[in-house]
Design a binder for this molecule. Structure first.
Ligand code: M6R
Length: 626
């Protein structure tokens, strides 16, 4: 079976340092994008290319390189790759970089070349023997052929342009040629690629994290563009070779944000960073008494005319979207539908000029969400993106953008970006309410003040970490865990269950507590842990009393109850086998505090079961294919 390359980390370097060190450091920072195999390629000093590849984690590649003749890998330009494969075994043979038959061209790739079967057949007919099962290898042979003869002969950039024009699908390709030393050419379509601009050195990467140690000056590339880097600079063209002006930007976080900082795992650090993530998300979004977005290519009148909102997102971002519905409907009196991005365009949703589609994506490159955005735009709907990654594809294709500014999230499980997305959703809700006049400016200001108090409330919630960790170790041998919530506690229950599934590989389900007696209560058995997210006794008295009844029902059937409740909720205490107290906050804001113990619980259960919480099996941070 052919092997397609999906979500990967890519690094390229041309400069004055040892490329191997720079590339391996960069790959280490990108390993969250895939950890099925890894590889590097660079000039070998004898007119050819030195390539090494290894299946499995990056450490396997490092082990292989350590046992080698060091003189093969001393070049000052080179590139590398970490891979997350979905088809075919992640073997040494299928690992990137891939080469042409002469070993002069090396290619690393993220994405899928959709017409690779036809290209492969064409190459095989012309006598090329494939060394791997990958789609990527076809690109190496095609570049070699374009470089060898015809109008692009001897021109690497022109050869890559010519090949890129023939490829279908989504791809970032980095290409090097032994005959054009100290140059890397990259092509991009619907797949991430940024340039890092240094002093006498330049970088290419899927994500700025790969080069942030060396430079914060970056350049974002547009759709269907090719960039060539050498020591002296970079040059960007379209696929036809016409020069284009690329957009420079400065990365607004530094190396420490991409390091573990004394924590065993990035995820644990990222949980602790949540108060700052919220502060940074709020900063700059409330100016002169009003909510401001980061980018707005639609008018105030467009916002006023919105009569329907769809929220589209995947996974954790979808859970944050469920919360957007509560806020936007409540504040703006507009109907809101929340939809899994992967389902959205296939059911022909009713969209028009007055529909706002809010696309939520940490990475800004999730293929399902991107395609939902594209579908919405073909139907002339407006799109507002909530994103954590500057200049990613989803914000680029949207009419308005609110960045979450939560900083890099390396752990595959979303934590701080979930809280930042909830906050951003509420900012969008307030912006709409303000534009449509459903809230006076003093009311908007009051809501913002409450949001501004949340970093402190999250800080206070972090004091429960030790208690939750102890509990996590006790629950590590459970067969399953259920999560119950009502109202805004329901998406929190779903998120708690998702975290546990993805990190601890444990069966976990989140339910709206009212649904219990319609089926799920049959799952309750002796000592089954059930985590209950309790509504506020003061803010939501009716829901609180209904939830108390639900807890009694499950306790009577033997469940072990773990209750997350507001401080001072004495009514629930007798029914909680374990009570985790969170600060009392406004109803809509409770998810910002009630989620925190659930993140810690999932991480601790996973650790107690011996799993790497930063790199759960089978997953990658960004899913760039549908
Ligand atoms: O980058 P995105 O926010 O678009 O990613 C969406 C989901 O893939 C993501 O939230 C995923 O569910 C996380 N692994 C959850 O922890």
């Amino acid at each position: 079976m052919a092997t397609l390359t999906r979500v990967c980390g890519i690094v390229g370097y041309v400069g004055h340092r040892q490329a191997l060190d720079v590339v391996l450091d960069g790959l280490r920072r990108l390993e969250y994008r895939g950890y099925d195999s890894a590889g590097v390629a660079m000039l070998d000093g004898a007119g050819g290319l030195a390539v090494e590849r290894a299946a499995g984690a990056l450490s396997n590649l490092e082990g292989k390189l350590a046992g080698q003749d060091g003189s093969r890998f001393t070049a000052t330009s080179g590139m590398g790759h970490t891979r997350w494969a979905t088809h075919g075994a992640p073997t040494d043979r299928n690992a990137h970089p891939h080469r042409d038959a002469a070993g002069k061209v090396a290619v690393v790739h993220n994405g899928i070349i959709e017409n690779f079967a036809a290209l492969r057949a064409e190459l095989e007919t012309s006598g090329v023997e494939m060394a791997s099962e990958t789609d990527t290898e076809t690109a190496a042979h095609l570049v070699a052929a374009a470089y060898a003869s015809g109008p692009t002969a001897g021109e690497l950039t022109a050869s890559v342009c010519a090949v890129a024009r023939r490829l279908e699908g989504a791809f970032t390709l980095l290409v090097t040629h032994a005959d054009e030393p100290d140059k890397i050419v990259a092509a991009r379509r619907s797949s991430p690629l940024v340039v890092g601009v240094g002093d006498g050195e330049n970088f290419l990467a899927s994500d700025v994290a790969a080069f942030i140690e060396h430079t914060r000056d970056a350049v974002e590339l547009g759709q269907d563009q090719v960039v060539t880097i050498d020591r002296g600079g970079y040059r960007v063209t379209d696929f036809d070779g016409a020069e284009v002006q690329a957009k420079p930007f400065t990365v607004d976080w530094d190396l420490s944000a991409a390091e573990k900082g004394g924590h065993d795992y990035f995820m644990l650090k990222e949980i602790e960073e949540q108060p700052e993530a919220l502060e940074n998300t709020l900063r700059g979004h409330f100016v002169n008494g009003g909510i401001v977005l980061d980018e707005q290519r639609m008018t105030e009148q467009d916002l006023r005319d919105i009569d329907k909102v769809f929220v589209v997102a995947c996974g954790t971002a979808y859970h944050s979207g469920l919360l957007a519905k509560y806020a936007i409907e409540h504040w703006c009196r507009i109907p809101v539908e929340v939809e899994l991005a992967s389902e959205f365009r296939y059911r022909d949703p009713v969209l028009g000029r007055d529909t706002l589609v809010v696309a939520i994506s940490q990475s800004g490159e999730t293929a399902d969400t991107l395609e939902a955005v594209r579908h919405a735009r073909t139907q002339r709907a407006r799109v507002l993106a909530i994103c954590n990654t500057n200049g990613a594809q989803i914000p680029r294709e949207s009419d308005a953008v609110l960045y979450t500014h939560a900083g890099p999230e390396i752990g595959v499980a979303a934590t701080k970006t979930f809280l930042a997305q909830i906050t951003a959703n509420y900012l969008v809700g307030l912006a709409l309410a303000q534009a449509r006049g459903t809230k006076y400016s003093d009311e908007v200001a009051r809501e913002f003040e409450e949001l501004a108090a949340m970093p402190q409330a999250v800080r206070q919630t972090l004091s429960t970490v030790d208690q939750v960790r102890t509990l996590g170790r006790e629950l590590a041998d459970s067969k399953a865990v259920l999560f119950l919530g009502r109202h805004v506690g329901y998406p929190v229950a779903l998120e708690g269950a998702l975290k546990l599934k993805e990190l601890a590989y444990m069966h976990a389900e989140g339910f709206a507590a009212g649904e219990l007696k319609h089926g799920p209560i049959a799952l309750i058995e002796d000592r089954l842990p059930v985590v209950v997210v309790m509504p506020s006794a003061k803010g939501r008295a009716l829901l609180h009393s209904k939830m108390l009844s639900n807890i009694r029902e499950i306790q009577a059937r033997g469940a072990r109850t773990v209750v997350i409740a507001e401080e001072g909720d004495e009514a629930v205490r007798p029914f909680a086998d374990e009570l985790i107290e969170i600060p009392a906050v406004a109803t809509l804001l409770q998810p910002l505090v009630s989620t925190v113990p659930l993140q810690v619980l999932a991480a601790e259960i996973a650790r107690a079961r011996g799993y790497d919480v930063d790199k759960p099996r089978n997953l990658a941070k960004s899913v760039t294919v549908e």
